[in-house]
Design a protein around this ligand. Structure first.
Ligand code: ITT
Length: 178
């Protein structure tokens, strides 16, 4: 059993398809203002480790748009809550360069141990319109191939996603230890 501290149901659903023995804990943690997802995760994992007794995982993710110099990046949650997908599309009006990537950093710790972190990325394009109602957050505007992540089933998203990559790396590490 692993506790997964997150408020995001979509993340939990994706993680559950990789780790069957996951227990979601929606208890929140401090997301510090920092320049990298790694710094946010490193701080957060220490905080949740102090509050839960058992193996704990958190995951911090962000959308990095190349033509916007990596924005919204570490501010992805705030930007999603405020201007949202429509706001990103508006910011990118007239831009031909649409390359973007999602990055995921997963942090994991067991009682009395040092935390470890793994990351993953998926590269794609910001589309010109929102498509699909699957997934969450920026999925409807993030395209890989012909379709957006919002049009992909969890299994399909998990074959290519940043989160699936970081979490599978953690899973391989855990299995390699046995
Ligand atoms: P936590 O409680 O786990 O922190 P959160 O939704 O705040 O949940 P993050 O800070 O990691 O998660 O996410 C930053 C933002 O990026 C947030 O608005 C997410 O909706 C969005 N995001 C993260 N992963 C995504 C994905 O796979 N597809 C689309 N949007 C994603």
């Amino acid at each position: 059993m692993i506790y997964f501290v997150t408020s995001n149901k979509g993340k939990h659903a994706e993680a559950r398809a990789i780790f069957a023995d996951l227990v979601q804990k929606d208890i929140g943690y401090t997301e510090i203002q920092a320049d990298t997802l790694e710094e946010v995760a490193a701080y957060g994992i220490k905080e949740v480790a102090a509050r839960l007794d058992g193996p704990v995982m958190i995951e911090d993710a962000g959308l990095f748009v190349e033509a916007l110099q990596g924005f919204p990046g570490v501010y992805s949650a705030y930007v999603q809550r405020t201007i949202g997908n429509a706001g990103i599309l508006r910011l990118m009006e007239g831009m031909e360069r649409r390359d973007a990537y999602f990055k995921s950093v997963v942090a994991y710790v067991e009682p009395g141990r040092e935390p470890i972190m793994f990351n993953g990325e998926v590269h794609g394009q910001i589309g010109f319109e929102e498509r699909g109602h699957k997934g969450f957050g920026y999925d409807p505007i993030f395209y890989v191939g012909e379709s957006s992540l919002g049009e992909k089933e969890i299994e399909e998203k998990n074959r290519i996603s940043h989160r699936a990559a970081s979490m599978r790396a953690l899973k391989r590490w855990l299995e390699g230890r046995r």
